[in-house]
Design a protein around this ligand. Structure first.
Ligand SMILES: [Cu+2]
Length: 146
């Protein structure tokens, strides 16, 4: 059962990274791990190797104060936050570390997308919306950086 749990975690990380490689089995070589540049990134070139991952966030249609993501994971390095807010009200995605210090995030955006780059080290962070009341209403989640 431990093996199953770690396999799930591995799948989650692999999905976030767009990679197919996971320890313990090389039977799925058909998925290429090409580093395709994210189409929504407007600046801040990504260096290959460690970091340079894109973390996608979005909001549900309507007016619910929530992200579609309850949690997210990525790799350490200079990562891109890509936020797609389909709602007419403004939101953003801010990141703070485990001590509560903000390390970066997007600007406020309504009915559109915003991106930002953040330097992340391995650890546990929290992502949240900085509009007063939104975080308390549920616009927050855990970002795991490995
Ligand atoms: Cu918000």
């Amino acid at each position: 059962m431990i093996r199953r749990a770690s396999a799930l975690a591995c799948v989650a990380v692999a999905a976030a990274l767009g990679l197919a490689a996971c320890g313990g089995g090389d039977d799925n070589n058909d998925t290429t791990a090409a580093a395709t540049p994210p189409a929504t990134t407007s600046g801040g070139g990504g260096g290959g190797g460690g970091g340079g991952a894109t973390i996608d966030f979005s909001t549900p249609s309507g007016s619910e104060l929530a992200y579609n993501q309850k949690s997210a994971s990525t790799t350490a390095g200079t990562d891109t936050i890509s936020f797609d807010n389909v709602q007419a009200q403004e939101h953003d995605v801010r990141i703070e570390d485990s001590s509560g210090a903000e390390v970066g995030g997007t600007e406020l955006v309504a009915s559109g997308t915003a991106t930002a780059t953040v330097d992340l080290q391995a650890g546990t962070y929290t992502f949240f919306c900085s509009v007063p009341g939104h975080r308390e209403a549920g616009m927050e989640g855990t970002l795991t950086v490995k």
